[in-house]
Design a protein around this ligand. Sequence first.
Ligand code: NAP
Length: 217
Amino acid sequence: MVGQALAEGFTRADYDVTIGTRDVDAALARTASTPRGAPGFGDWHSAHPGIGVTTIAEAADAADIIVLAVAGANAPEALSLADPESLTGTTVIDVTNPLVFAPDALPSLSVVNTDSIGELLQRTFPEANVVKTLNTVTAPIMIDPKSLDDGNHTMFVAGNDAGAKDEVRALLIALGWHDLLDLGDITAARGMEMYLPLWLRMRMAFDSPMFSIKVVR
Ligand SMILES: NC(=O)c1ccc[n+]([C@@H]2O[C@H](COP(=O)([O-])OP(=O)(O)OC[C@H]3O[C@@H](n4cnc5c(N)ncnc54)[C@H](OP(=O)(O)O)[C@@H]3O)[C@@H](O)[C@H]2O)c1
């Protein structure tokens, strides 16, 4: 869901986008609609033929910026499919959340308090510049922040490398974000990920994922 949404958003903003998948043929053969009623990946791609689809290794190798959009628990495994050389000095945008789903219970977080997926990724792949952002809103808002209060709400950014954060800021501005809050180094990913229990309760209260937060001071 997030990968497809961001691919559309970045394409609209004139970036060249390639999606990396574990199995290109299997991904393109997915035509059944998703449980949320979105078209299957193959049909979606037929409607967006300008967006490349290749292996994760090839996508990472060709990329100036990598976006990691998989379940938090799968994030290290997904990035390990890229050649370490492709990651060296490359900005990796981490939009993941460490959600653990269980039947008849609210999702919980697999990493909390003293660690986060953002930090785990930065530790595991020290050659990459991991930047945490966008995990606090639903995918349609990521690529169209102006759909809520004309974009008058806040997006957080966290990461160790100032240059990588500048790159990400430019991407976010290209998507329509203007209220960007730099929370500092990658340890700030803890708070961004631990927001999810509150996000889930607000999702239930509004019966909709179409909301965001505005920081005022
Ligand atoms: N959905 C939202 O609106 C939203 C909002 C904010 C943050 N997030 C976060 O963004 C991430 C992605 O969410 P999503 O809703 O887009 O998930 P999704 O629709 O389930 O897509 C995740 C993709 O990950 C790939 N994948 C699954 N297991 C993998 C593994 N072991 N190794 C490598 N790749 C694997 C699959 O692609 P292939 O089978 O093609 O390889 C799959 O299409 C999650 O961490 C989520 O918490 C989601």
